[in-house]
Ligand binder design. Structure first.
Ligand code: NDP
Length: 326
């Protein structure tokens, strides 16, 4: 496994990590979570991503129970959580980054995870209703209290991230260290264009999500929706709308390129994310051990992504890019 610094922070994350969205609670129970986390850890994965609202808190409970079973040294792994949507309906309990919510949310997550602290804590989305200064102050206080080690953002704009960083800089508060954006062959612009100056200017690290666009880039949806796959899960119909036919066909066209390099389309799509040096870690997802095993092999393809191969990948994905723009 390769380890990369989280932007300009000293802490290092494995280039591939494992997240629990969708899977924990609906497809993966405590025993399966522990098995897959152990398999990942044995291959060098040191970062496990979570969020308060995944499966309405159940995902944190499952990861917490799995960690308890596994009994790893706390210094040997990182766990995250994220706040914004909340778990209750009160005016100060959902869709907010106000101080009251954040201060209670961190304690709730730590209780569900069974941990004294999380390593990374994120503002899961921006909150236009709370002054940025209030959120920055609260996140900084969470870090200063020892309940999290680094704080960051997810799906914030470059301008919002810079604003938060500048407030923290001016007020001598803990600065946002990382952003968690979607990044894959289908969603490139934020990471490759919008955030361009932030890497050097503020030392932003990236923990990127959905490298397979929910499994689509494995090519498995080209001939219909397999039973038990994410697009077949109740409540995830919106994902079907997001990826029209040309996208599914383009994903299948990655197959021959991947095979020539001695890999699979899923490995190629994950390697493509990992080859970007601004990406600290690619957060992968798996509903079963065989997928995890396959995905963890992706780094072997990174050195094979020559300029010529990258151009062929772009060509294969071009119809998908125009279909996504329509
Ligand atoms: P992916 O895009 O990699 O999708 C993972 C899913 O694809 C798996 O659960 C599985 O679904 C399928 N899959 C995985 N590997 C293979 C394979 N080799 N062959 C075929 N199918 C495969 O990642 P996620 O969308 O799960 O995102 C990863 C993590 O990122 C999340 O767990 C979460 O931690 C984080 N995230 C963060 C967000 C944010 O807003 N900050 C938003 C979304 C995710 P199945 O078997 O069910 O088809």
């Amino acid at each position: 496994m390769e380890y990369r610094r989280l932007g300009n922070a000293g802490v290092k994350v494995s280039a591939l990590s494992l997240g629990s969205w969708v899977t924990y609670g609906s497809q993966v129970d405590v025993a399966a979570a522990a098995d897959m986390m152990a398999a990942a850890y044995d291959r060098g994965v040191n970062f496990f991503d979570n969020a308060e609202n995944y499966a309405a808190g159940r995902s944190e409970e499952i990861m917490g129970a799995a960690l308890k079973r596994l009994g790893w040294r706390r210094a040997s792994y990182l766990v995250s959580t994220k706040f914004y949507w909340g778990l209750a309906d009160g005016p100060n309990e959902k869709n907010t980054l106000n101080r009251k919510y954040l201060m209670q949310a961190i304690d709730g997550s730590l209780a569900r995870l069974g941990l004294d602290y999380v390593d990374l804590v994120y503002c899961h989305r921006p909150d236009p209703d709370t002054p940025m200064e209030e959120t920055v102050w609260a996140m900084s206080d969470i870090v200063a209290s020892g309940r999290a080690l680094y704080w960051g953002t997810s799906e914030w704009s470059a301008e919002q991230i810079r604003q938060a960083w500048e407030i923290a800089d001016r007020r001598n508060l803990r600065k946002p260290q990382m952003e968690q954006p979607q990044y894959s062959l289908l969603f490139r612009d934020k990471v490759e264009k919008e955030f361009g100056r932030l890497y050097g200017d503020i030392g932003l690290g990236l923990t990127t999500w959905s490298p397979l666009a929910s499994g689509v880039l494995s090519g498995k949806y080209a001939k219909g929706i397999p039973d038990g796959s994410r697009l077949a899960l109740p409540g995830y119909g919106w994902l079907k709308e997001r990826y029209p036919e040309p996208v599914l066909r383009a994903a299948a066209a990655l197959g021959p390129i991947a095979r020539e390099l001695g890999g699979t389309p899923a490995q190629l799509a994950i390697a493509w994310c990992a080859r970007n040096p601004n990406v600290s870690t690619v957060i992968t997802g798996a509903s079963r051990p065989a997928q995890l095993e396959e995905n963890l092999g992706a780094l072997e393809l990174v050195p094979k992504l020559t300029g010529e191969v990258m151009a062929r990948i772009d060509e294969a994905m071009a119809p998908a890019a125009s279909a996504m723009r329509d």
